[in-house]
Design a protein around this ligand. Structure first.
Ligand SMILES: Nc1ncnc2c1ncn2[C@@H]1O[C@H](COP(=O)(O)OP(=O)(O)OP(=O)(O)O)[C@@H](O)[C@H]1O
Ligand SMILES: [Mg+2]
Length: 272
């Protein structure tokens, strides 16, 4: 247990802790044992990540939940976008409450989806400004106190960028699998191309990459976007093209398998 906390996976020299760090790590270690216990009965833990914001991470969690709900899997969803959570809006779960019994039991939606969001701990319409170590502490606390029970999938929504939340997840859940997502803009494709180089180097487990066709324009006069796509699909042969879904907000708050086009449904069938 000790060893994965003491290492920042992206820092080659992270084995060398200072005396202060040693004390902090000892304290965190106790919580790590609870985290391990809480996650023991979850078959798959998947985090959706992107270096760029607004590319469809939370939306993809919603779409995947629709599929997993449809095939009757037990799903947990953890919104770790702590300063800008939105899954309670997408799932229309603003007034749901967790139960307390040997920790926290997340509320259940649609029979088989458990959803935990920081919004369930604060007043309605409040937001939680957090920095650095505060983010780590909240993540540790949520993972320590939450009793998910038996799940087929725990889906974790993350904020954009590869700073605190992403690095903490790798530390606290070393067996986590990643779903990467990018939209079809040059800026996002450029960011994720650099990001992939790091995670391939560190041998992190990537389940697949999603190319979200969020922008309707097709600007590729000089083949730049094609070059990015060629590189990315070569690096990650498991990929999904996600079409733009008109009036997606009409689907919020319900489980409706018709939200998925045939191609996506068939892709999901192959993966899950
Ligand atoms: N395939 C899609 N079809 C239609 N609308 C989409 C699609 N993907 C994303 N959107 C819309 O794009 C916006 C951004 O999506 P979303 O909030 O899921 O991105 P995000 O990556 O989670 O953002 P953040 O980085 O801020 O957490 C939302 O308004 C969402 O409804
Ligand atoms: Mg989001």
């Amino acid at each position: 247990m000790n060893n994965y906390l003491n290492k920042n996976p992206l820092d080659k020299n992270s084995n060398k802790n200072t005396i202060n760090e040693f004390n902090i790590f000892n304290l965190i270690d106790i919580r790590l044992e609870s985290i391990e216990k809480n996650l023991r009965n979850i078959k798959n833990i998947l985090a959706i990540v992107s270096p760029k914001g607004g590319v469809g991470k939370s939306t993809f969690i919603f779409l995947l939940s629709n599929y997993l709900h449809y095939i009757k899997k037990e799903i947990g969803i953890l919104d770790l976008d702590l300063t800008n959570p939105c899954l309670d809006v997408i799932f229309n779960a603003k007034n749901v409450k967790f139960q307390e019994h040997n920790g926290i039991i997340p509320p259940t939606l649609f029979n088989n989806i458990k959803l935990l969001s920081i919004n369930q701990f604060i007043k309605p319409d409040e937001i939680l400004p957090l920095r650095g170590n505060e983010i780590t502490q909240v993540i540790l606390e949520l993972l320590t106190i939450t009793n998910w029970g038996n799940l087929d999938y725990l889906l974790i929504d993350t904020p954009p960028t590869i700073t605190d939340t992403f690095l903490d997840l790798l530390r606290f859940i070393p067996f986590i699998k990643l779903i990467l997502i990018t939209d079809n803009s040059t800026l996002s494709l450029n960011s994720i191309t650099k990001f992939i180089k790091i995670i391939k180097e560190k041998k992190l487990d990537i389940l697949f990459i999603v190319f979200n066709q969020l922008h309707k324009y097709s600007y590729d006069d000089n083949g730049i976007i094609n070059n990015y796509l060629k590189f990315l699909t070569n690096e990650i042969p498991n990929y999904i093209y996600l079409d733009y879904i008109e009036n997606i907000e009409n689907y919020y708050g319900k489980m409706d398998i018709n939200i998925l086009k045939k191609e996506i449904y068939e892709k999901f069938q192959k993966i899950f």
